[in-house]
Design a protein around this ligand. Structure first.
Ligand code: 5GP
Ligand code: ZN
Length: 113
């Protein structure tokens, strides 16, 4: 997608601090971290949001969740962490390329507001 920030991160047009990458997904540190660890995990393929996922994406999404578990372990988040997806305008989504926030390294509060 031409004007998508995360597609540009995938193509390395925009630099990022990559923590994990394979053929299908990428994980990199958020530019404005909301916790000591704040990583963004995305599929390399442009999908707008959870509202735009279908049966064909089931394997990819399972792969993302398993990878989040492994990345959390790699980053030393064994005491717990939070995975967040913001979907659509009222959900607070600002980048329209589906992504999962992995947050940890401090006590997180609930509800987030
Ligand atoms: P959203 O609000 O859409 O759920 O989350 C988008 C996230 O992407 C925000 O936490 C924001 O800080 C992060 N972000 C936006 N632009 C960039 C960028 O150019 N590089 C990185 N690493 N993160 C970004
Ligand atoms: Zn994109």
């Amino acid at each position: 997608m031409a004007d998508c920030i995360f597609c540009k991160i995938v193509s390395k047009e925009i630099p990022s601090k990559v923590v994990y990458e394979d053929d299908d997904i990428m994980a990199f540190h958020d530019i404005e971290p909301q916790a000591p660890t704040h990583v963004i995990v995305i599929p390399k393929k442009h999908i707008q949001s959870i509202d735009h996922i279908y049966e064909e994406h089931k394997e990819l999404l399972g792969h993302i969740l398993l990878s989040i578990k492994n990345i959390a372990k790699e980053l030393g988040l064994e005491d717990g962490y939070r995975v967040v997806n913001n979907c659509g305008e009222l959900g607070g989504q600002t980048v329209n390329h589906i992504h999962f926030h992995l947050l940890g390294g401090r006590q997180l509060q609930w509800p987030p507001g």
